[in-house]
Design a protein around this ligand. Structure first.
Ligand SMILES: [Zn+2]
Length: 151
């Protein structure tokens, strides 16, 4: 999944949890790819672009780090954004090694048919549309969707 899809999933999860998405939410939604992909694609230290940062251990380490440095609310917000990245990747291509380093098993093998790319492009378009709607319905002064206002 591309970055816009991860932003959309993080914003959606934040809204479902009654939180106001922030710039930190957006950044945290990208962290698994920012950690794993350079090791695989730039440094060539790993054969997969989905390893430790895309696992439950990676998420727990991030959660512990956030909890030690941030308030409880902010830590939960960022941990949710990180987790939304893993869930979106799992739904998109099913190649999240949840139990790494204990197991490298993934729900699906690498698909070179182009099917995953086509699904990804559809998800990206839907994500961009969702973010546009959220942005249009947001009261920028208060950071909440207009239909949630009670006054
Ligand atoms: Zn990813």
């Amino acid at each position: 999944m591309f970055p816009i899809g991860h932003v959309a999933s993080a914003v959606l999860l934040a809204q479902l949890r009654g939180r106001r998405p922030s710039l930190a939410t957006v950044v945290s939604s990208q962290i698994p790819d920012l950690l794993d992909k350079p090791f695989a694609w730039v440094l060539r230290r790993s054969e997969s672009s989905h390893l430790l940062a895309h696992s439950l251990i990676g998420w727990l380490l991030f959660r512990l780090l956030a909890a030690s440095a941030l308030s409880r609310q902010r830590s939960a917000e960022l941990s949710d954004a990180y987790l939304s990245h893993l869930l979106a990747d799992e739904l998109h291509h099913g190649r999240v090694p949840w139990l790494y380093p204990v197991s490298t098993a993934k729900r699906r093998a690498r698909d070179r048919s182009g099917r995953v790319l086509r699904i990804g492009l559809i998800l990206e378009v839907l994500s961009a549309g969702y973010l546009a709607v959220v942005w249009l319905l947001t009261d920028r002064d208060r950071g909440v969707a207009l239909d949630n206002r009670s006054d």
